[in-house]
Structure formats: C-alpha cells, structure tokens
Ligand binder design. Structure first.
Ligand code: ATP
Ligand code: MG
Length: 274
C-alpha cells in the first residue's frame, strides 16, 4: 500500500484498533502490566526566577500508553512544549517526576539523560531540522551514525517503505517538498526504534495535503509498526489522527478525549479559549 492511500481516510484507524480493552478473563495481573511509555507525575516547571518567573507546568499528571498516538492541545502558552521537552529529557522539571518507561528522569545525570534521549526517544520538530548537505538517506541514519551504530537493515527497509520515500533517498532536503522533508524527519525519528516519539507541531509548517502525508505516516507507524507517538498540535484535523487528545490550559490538564474528531476537538478548544 502506498502511504498516500491512507491519507484520505484518517478515521479508518478506528476500525481494527489494536487496543480494545481486554475482557476480565484476558486481563493480565496488575503487577505484570507494562509501565506507560511515558508519564508525568505532579510535574511542575517554573521558567525564570523572581518577579519574571512563569509557572509553565502547574502539577501536571498524565500518562501515555505504549502503542498509542496521543495529541496534546491547548491555547498558546498553556505549557504544551514545556511538557513535551520535560517528558523527552530536553529540559528538567522544577518539581514532580517524569518517567520514560520505568526510568525516572530526575535520577539521571546529564550524561545518562543524553544516552536515554539517544537510545529511547525520537523527535520530530516543526522546522524538520534536516542537514542540508546530506541526502535523505544520510539524514535518516545520521543519529545512528553519530552513536556509532548501524541501522538494522530489515527495520530500515520497513521504515523507508512505510514512509514512502524509497525513490527520494538520494535527494537533498532542498530537493524535497515540505511533506517529503518532514517524512524524512519522521523516518529519522523512527529508525533507531525508540520507545516513544515526541513531535512538537510537526505539521505547523505544512499545507493540508503535506500535513495529511505526514499524519498518515505517523498513524500507520502506530498501527503497523507499534510505535508510540505524542504530538503537540494546534490543528483539530491533525488531532483527529490520534487515538486520544489531552488538553492543557494554564499549565494544567484541562480534560481529555478518546477517538477525537476534528469537530469534537474544535468544540473543546473553543471552551478552553472562551
Ligand atoms: N525558556 C523560557 N523562559 C521563560 N519563559 C518560558 C520559557 N519557555 C516557555 N516559557 C513560558 O512558559 C509558558 C508555556 O510555554 P510553552 O512554550 O510550553 O507553551 P505552548 O503551549 O507550547 O505554546 P505555543 O502553542 O505558543 O507553542 C509561556 O508563558 C511561555 O512564555
Ligand atoms: Mg509550543
């Protein structure tokens, strides 16, 4: 299937959902259940000091299950990027905890945090952040190369095929469309098989068609490659590709929604901004 085929039907994922709740007979004992892929527990983040201090996160508790696609939404300044950066180990909390799998990030020194980010976390940024002098293929494998690792061949082929870039691998970023460039960035985030991928407004610079290409790929990577994705977005259509939306307002969790549609998300956003 080409990546384009899924793009016109973003809601198709609601059929065939892999995460139907288990029946009581199937449910694993609590102790055997896996930890969430990531979680924040009473997370507090204060930017700056004294009279200019901003409490960007004000006791946020939220968890993200493995194999799910979660969107984070909220008004500008509500703390979305701050939460994502702290969850991903790019910034440290002022109080509370963030966990990746079973690892409490506050227990890690800077070196250990760097290793965790390299080996267990993938990132997709609004501005793609590709290296202009490298080909698409070289960009995709750059983080592995920097870590002195080689891509697992079968997994690399799976990611390239899923992202629909097989005929663009020798192109430089300037020779790619915005949607293709962001799909290269998606492949780069996935090729190391991270436990979780964080994306901060990945479609913020894309038009609706290119956004659909990228979101369709992210959706497929969750369904077909069992990836876990947490994505910040302002776009209710983008959020409708997710399994769940968590809303933030003024640094606090302000509700959540399962199986979002663009219309239900828009309604909730309006109520937060009112
Ligand atoms: N490095 C910083 N220093 C000082 N204040 C900061 C810093 N980063 C963020 N803030 C403040 O923290 C609050 C939350 O910012 P954050 O970037 O997390 O919001 P956001 O929800 O991602 O907004 P947007 O939708 O505009 O990207 C804002 O009031 C912001 O001005
Ligand atoms: Mg932001």
């Amino acid at each position: 299937m080409s990546p384009m085929q899924t793009l016109t039907a973003p809601r198709a994922h609601n059929t065939g959902r892999r995460h139907a709740p288990p029946t009581p007979a199937q449910a694993a004992p609590a102790a055997a259940q896996a930890a969430p892929a990531a979680q924040a527990l009473d997370a507090v983040k204060v930017h700056g000091k004294g009279s200019t201090a901003v409490r960007a996160l004000d006791s946020v508790s939220v968890s993200f299950d493995a194999g799910r696609f979660t969107a984070i939404m909220g008004p500008s300044g509500s703390g979305k990027s701050t939460l994502m950066h702290c969850l991903a180990g790019l910034d440290r909390l002022s109080g509370g905890q963030v966990m990746i799998g079973g690892t409490d990030l506050s227990t890690l020194n800077d070196k250990a945090l760097t290793v965790l980010r390299r080996d267990r976390v993938g990132f997709i940024f609004q501005a793609f952040n590709l290296v202009p002098t490298l080909s698409a293929a070289e960009n995709i494998t750059l983080p592995l190369a920097l870590a002195g690792r080689k891509a697992e061949r079968a997994w690399y082929d799976t990611v390239i095929s899923a992202v629909g870039l097989a005929d663009r691998l020798s192109h430089r970023p300037s020779e790619l469309s915005g949607g293709q460039a962001q799909r290269v960035a998606c492949a780069r985030a996935l090729v190391s098989r991270p436990d979780i991928v964080f994306a901060d407004e990945p479609t913020g610079n894309l038009d609706s068609r290119a956004s659909a290409e990228v979101l369709g790929f992210m959706r497929r990577s969750v369904i077909e490659l069992s990836q876990t994705i947490v994505m910040v977005t302002h776009d209710p259509v983008a959020a409708s590709y997710a399994d769940r939306v968590v809303f933030l307002a003024d640094g606090r969790v302000a509700g959540e929604m399962s199986d979002p549609t663009a219309a239900t998300v828009l309604d909730h956003m309006k109520s937060l901004e009112a």
